[in-house]
Design a protein around this ligand. Structure first.
Ligand SMILES: [Zn+2]
Ligand SMILES: [Zn+2]
Length: 383
């Protein structure tokens, strides 16, 4: 059997199985066909004998995972039998491109594959391109204060890094990977012809340009290892809940000298029992008494992680009025700070007794002529 056989014979068709048939399907079909065409069952039938040979040959290749792969490789490259190669005389299952490139393998008719595919392969030996590391997504939950002030948080990252045992080559120690014969180390292959040629990642080496015969026992040949590392990540001040932060170059490491990917951190911010957040401003609701609201005065207000501030409450302040304490809000990107928005809430006492009660009753008498609903009724009638 030779490369020529690989190119010319459709083993899938011989067995009557689809190209993506599983090993079990192939085995089952083979057994059925072998019984049917076995020489013992078809004595003197030359056609059946021929068919039995074909079936056996096809099964030999397709039942062996490595040979099947080589076979698929050869056929995908050279077309399903459409190409007639003057390949090596036979005796090997290995699809040896070395022979093809040099032309030395051409034994029979035809000009040798090297002539025809020269344009495709004369990039031989070129190294595969560096590959940028993958972007990594993670999440972090900050306390309200951390989000306002910014925080350095430890992030435990699991990412793909080169395997330490094989230094990322994927090859067992003491062995080296070989250049992928399909793409000759380029990591990409051209399909189609001339102006219609397309470049795509090589399927055999998965774009890495190298093949490993004896895989590293730790990473099983992938050359990548899952590595957990804890990174200290600075989350800038003023981050909002659900905000996604990009940390350039903090993602997965690149391959073959490629740039690392980026790290995206989605930030969740815990609520604060007292303070709220409106963009760069902090918010707080402060209870005031009716006399404070009516007569005005100075009210003391808490700030986030700082000393209290005193604010002037104007006489006649309505419930829900918002006062502003400048510069007591969240830190902005430029280092300046937003404001603290203080909303006053007039509290009504649940029980009034003693002096307070008599004072209130006095107040009611004193203001008996003021009807707070007079304007309301007037407006309702007028409409
Ligand atoms: Zn390849
Ligand atoms: Zn390894």
């Amino acid at each position: 059997m030779s490369t020529k056989d690989y190119v010319e014979k459709d083993y899938y068709k011989v067995l009557g199985v689809p190209k993506d048939a599983t090993a079990a399907e192939i085995k089952k079909t083979y057994r059925k066909l072998a019984r049917e065409f076995h020489p013992d069952a078809n004595k003197g039938d030359a056609k059946a004998e021929e068919r039995f040979k074909d079936i056996s040959e096809a099964y030999d290749v397709l039942s062996d995972e490595k040979r099947r792969k080589e076979y698929d490789e050869a056929r995908s490259l050279f077309g399903n039998g459409g190409f007639r190669a003057g390949g090596p005389g036979g005796g090997t299952y290995n699809f040896d491109f070395g022979d093809l490139f040099s032309g030395s393998g051409a034994g029979g008719g035809g000009g040798g594959i090297g002539d025809v595919f020269g344009g495709l392969f004369n990039r031989g030996g070129r190294q595969a391109q560096p590959r940028r590391g993958a972007d990594v997504e993670t999440e972090v939950t900050l306390s309200f204060v951390e989000a306002v002030d910014g925080a350095t948080v430890p992030l435990r990252m699991t990412s793909q890094a080169p395997c330490r045992t094989c230094a990322g080559t994927g090859a067992k120690s003491g062995t080296t990977p070989r250049v992928c014969p399909t793409c000759v180390g380029a990591g990409t292959v051209s399909r189609g012809q001339g102006a219609f040629a397309l470049s795509e990642p090589c399927r055999d080496c998965k774009g890495r340009g190298m093949l490993v015969d004896d895989p590293c026992t730790v990473c099983h040949g992938s050359g990548r290892a899952s590595s957990a590392r804890t990174m200290q990540v600075r989350i800038p001040a003023g981050v909002q809940d659900s905000q996604r932060i990009r940390l350039k170059g903090k993602g997965a490491q690149g391959e073959r000298g490629g740039q690392p990917g980026d790290l995206y951190v989605t930030v969740h911010v815990d609520d604060h029992p007292v303070f709220g957040r409106k963009a760069d401003n902090l918010t707080v609701t402060v209870p005031v008494t009716f006399p404070e609201a009516a007569l005005g005065g100075t009210i003391e207000v808490p700030t986030l992680n700082g000393p209290t501030v005193k604010l002037k409450l104007p006489a006649g302040s309505a419930n829900g009025l918002t006062l502003r304490a400048r510069g007591k809000g969240a830190t902005r990107k430029d280092g300046t700070r937003g404001d603290l928005l203080v909303t006053v809430e007039v509290v009504v006492p649940k029980h009034v007794t003693g002096d307070a009660l008599s004072a209130l009753e006095q107040y009611r008498e004193a203001t008996a002529s003021d009807d707070p609903r007079a304007a309301l009724f007037k407006a309702a009638e007028g409409a």
